[in-house]
Design a protein around this ligand. Structure first.
Ligand code: IPM
Ligand code: MN
Length: 354
């Protein structure tokens, strides 16, 4: 029995989560696993009504689940940062979800903004460190508001934090078994302390993985090569901030936010899966948002829970629905059907196993 906490969140979050759960239900029936879902209403509306973002007691409660399925965080009436930090980042840190895993896979039938690139060229995974770096919130102001103000924001990189991320990336690359190539993305020519540590740990740990080819690229160069030669990459490991940036670039070369899903992974604890697109307030309640990213997040969640057959069925259904042109586009309002119909279509295909 998988215990799953569901946080639909803000904006279009609840709409896409509903379709994700529809597909989860279909996968459970089709492949014979059981799950129990409990919904929590944390998000902008609750904050505006009660002043509560995410109490510590809820964090403790969430640790008791096998996985968390998150919709979207961000509300137009709430100052940016409050919900992102108070819910999303708090969960990542408190649940020690130290990996942000972002598969970047272009499916057949999906419009790719890259000239002359197809599904065989865009199939990589970014392993982003998820609990350290610039996201720690270390630093402060001196003389705030004065003409001589100083703002310092420090990147925190610990040997154990860097090492567990890099080890995870090597293991993941081995298990993925595609090109068996791991690229470290950094900025060793400027970040001469933080990324010196990353580079040393990468080289040291790499010696234990003689079956994995290693490579290094500066983050600015990676931004060019993801566009020009995405086929050069298999698995890319990087720090929190650079990972944030290159995974959005990754999302756009796989067709955009309509399909991009991510996992916040604690291999020994409770992991959280999410469509990475955000709350999209302008599409809220219109039945036009694409739920495929949320459905892909459910696929990732099931794979992590060990339900490989269920995960495979969901991915097959996504591929088939896009490749056959039944879903016309990944963009909101241009799918050729409503949000709920996409969910119905995928759930039906998962049931049939086709
Ligand atoms: C992401 C998001 C978050 C991040 C924001 C919402 C804080 O952009 O998951 O990539 O920067 O990590
Ligand atoms: Mn981001």
């Amino acid at each position: 029995m998988h215990k799953i906490a569901v946080l639909p969140g803000d904006g279009t979050g609840p709409e896409v989560v509903k379709e994700g759960l529809k597909v989860l239900e279909a996968a459970a029936e089709a492949t014979g696993f059981e799950f129990e879902a409990e919904t929590y209403d944390f998000g902008g509306d609750r904050f505006l009504a009660t002043g509560e973002v995410l109490p510590d007691s809820a964090v403790e409660e969430l640790k008791g689940f096998n996985a968390i399925f998150l919709g979207a965080i961000g509300h137009p009436d709430v100052k940016p940062g409050i919900l992102e930090q108070g819910i999303l980042l708090k969960l990542r840190f408190e649940l020690d979800q130290y990996i942000n895993l972002r598969p970047v896979k272009l499916y057949p039938g999906v419009d790719c903004p890259l000239k002359d690139k197809g599904p065989e060229d865009v199939d990589l995974v970014v392993v982003r460190e998820n609990t350290e770096g610039l996201y720690v919130g270390s630093g402060g102001f001196t003389r705030k508001g004065t003409p001589n103000e100083i703002a310092i924001q420090e990147s925190v990189n610990t040997r154990p934090g860097v090492e567990r991320c890099i080890r995870y990336a090597f293991e993941y690359c081995r298990e993925r078994d595609r090109e068996k190539k791991l690229t470290l993305c950094g900025k060793t020519n400027v970040l001469t302390y933080a990324h010196d540590l990353w580079e040393r740990v990468f080289n040291e740990v790499g010696e234990e993985y003689t079956d994995i080819a290693t490579d290094y690229a500066h983050v600015d160069a990676i931004c060019m090569w993801f566009v020009k030669n995405p086929e050069w990459f298999d698995v890319v490991v990087t720090d929190n901030m650079f990972g944030d940036i290159i995974t959005d670039l990754g999302a756009i070369i796989q067709g955009g936010m309509g399909i991009a899903a991510g996992g916040n992974i604690n291999p020994e604890g409770t992991s959280m899966f999410e469509p990475i697109g955000g709350s999209a307030p302008k599409y809220t309640g219109k039945n036009v948002i694409n739920p495929l990213a949320a459905i892909a997040a459910v696929q990732m969640m099931l794979e992590f829970l060990g339900e490989k057959e269920a995960g495979r069925r969901i991915e097959d259904a996504i591929i088939e629905s896009l490749g056959s042109g039944r879903i016309k586009s990944l963009s909101a309002g241009q799918m050729g059907m409503g949000t709920d119909e996409v969910g119905d279509l995928i759930a039906g295909m998962v049931r049939e196993g086709a």
